[in-house]
Design a protein around this ligand. Structure first.
Ligand code: ZN
Length: 234
């Protein structure tokens, strides 16, 4: 009997943890809904000049559109960078106001973090659906609940660049190309960082150079680059 109770308690605890960390409701997008060789480049934690501007130059050179998940308090510091990204046709998403680990915050706090950045993006002229990426991708239960309540889409990814652990451009490029080209690669969502939440002065020149190489490498394999809103249909 005791062993049955222990097993049931263990099962219940595991189920609770699973629901907290992997909530089975709300829209969470890991890949684009396509069989074509389309990929989405996404950049988190900006705006962060001069690196965001350097990235915009590279994207323009290759005629590629991307999606930037921006932090509200960085937008307040660098509104001109957001304006440039909008003017050049990139999609802008919400990456919270101050980049806390939202998954461990109460719902009212999560709501406020999202709304403040929504307001900044709307005031800057961003139109259409405002997609969200939770900081550190912590779409845990309270985050999923707040997003589901507002019928909002959370954008995760299937390709990590690991550019927060290294700024060696060749390493970042290798990691991204290897992961994207494995299996079919269709519809991959790639995460890179034009800023660093914990350090506004962090150097992102490795990410900038890697982005140039990644675009060249994927184009050679016949991939095209899209914004998340170009595919949608989730
Ligand atoms: Zn982030």
């Amino acid at each position: 009997m005791k062993s049955i109770i222990t097993a049931l308690t263990g099962f219940a605890a595991t189920a609770l943890l699973w629901v907290f960390f992997r909530p089975p409701f709300g829209k969470n997008i890991v890949r684009l809904n396509t069989d074509e060789r389309l990929v989405a480049l996404t950049f988190d934690d900006g705006p962060s000049p001069p690196y965001t501007d350097q990235l915009l130059d590279i994207l323009a050179k290759h005629n590629v559109k991307a999606t930037f998940f921006m932090i509200g308090n960085r937008i307040e510091r660098h509104p001109e960078t957001l304006q440039r990204a909008i003017a050049e046709g990139h999609q802008i998403g919400n990456h919270s106001y101050s980049h806390p680990v939202l998954g461990f915050c109460p719902p009212s706090y999560i709501q406020r973090e999202i709304e403040r950045t929504d307001d900044l993006l709307r005031q800057a002229g961003v139109t259409g659906e405002l997609v969200i990426r939770a900081p550190i991708l912590t779409r845990f239960l309270p985050v999923a609940w707040v997003l589901a309540k507002g019928d909002r889409t959370h954008i995760s990814c299937n390709v990590w660049s690991w550019d927060w652990t290294t700024q060696n451009p060749d390493k970042i490029t290798e990691t991204v190309l290897k992961k994207t080209l494995s299996s079919t690669g269709a519809g991959s969502i790639i995460v890179l960082h034009d800023g660093k939440a914990e350090n506004k002065n962090a150097n992102r020149s490795g990410t900038v150079k890697a982005t140039d190489q990644i675009i060249t490498g994927l184009k050679q394999e016949g991939y095209r680059f899209v914004r998340l809103s170009d595919v949608g249909n989730w």
